[in-house]
Design a protein. Sequence first.
Length: 312
Amino acid sequence: MLSRLAESLFWLGRYIERADDTARMVDTYVHRMVEDPRNDERATCQSLLAILGVEVPPSAARLEPTLQSVVFDQENPNSIAGSLNAAYDNARRSRDVISSEVWVALNATRLELPAREGEARAKGPATYLAYVRERCALLAGVADATMSHDEGWHYLVLGRTLERIDMVARLLRGRVVNERVAPDWVAFLRAAGAMEAFMRSGFDVHDSTGVAGFLLLDRSFPRSALFGLLRADECLVEITPGGQRATAGDSARHALHRARTTLEYLTPEDVGDQLGELLTMLEITCTRVTDAVTDRYFRHDDPVAWNWEGAL
């Protein structure tokens, strides 16, 4: 597969997942501000912005500027609208390898966003955020159902999985560091898309250690960190030339294996004492794997410079 197509598919998966996860987080934090009249709006907005890696002056940490920055700003690739626009650009570049159903669904989503934004500004962001979550779920399902599960599909899933691991780590860090203004654990689980799965796990919903342990260590829940590390490694095996299974010389798989080994030997009780270090490790792992995959598979050759006529 051409490196430019592989790179487009990788980032297509990441941007769709980024829009989905951001919509879940924003919806939860907005509900927190609306439902609790005693809630500190500025502190809550600062907490949300910190999770998403957005730096703003304290005076801008208000609901309307926050929504503009992380939801509606089409020029910001980390906002919801910006992520979906970036996903569209990558889908357009990889039009030959994605299915027509994926293309139509993504294009329809992008074209509908301005109308949804107008409604959200008039009535509140809830319907906009629900629409984004539904469309991102549709896009993921259509891609899985209508694309051949070949090399290109594995690049897309790899991008989606790395973004999901990073977002879970960010969400947990925001809940632990800014507990005073963070949503309660029930709302937090809804933001992670884990409410029903967690309730069936047998843990107490008010047990912070159990919640963190579930989101990090559960092997069967598709949004847990360990599940994501296993899936990302499977994708790297499939895209490695010749199906090489050994990790020798593969820095991306080295990083995944180190993180996976750390998590596999932990219990939920262990997580509480090491949570900060574990979240930092996951964030660093995602960065290292992305850099390693980019360097190995997406490296672009330097352009060839023309020599002046007559030059030796």
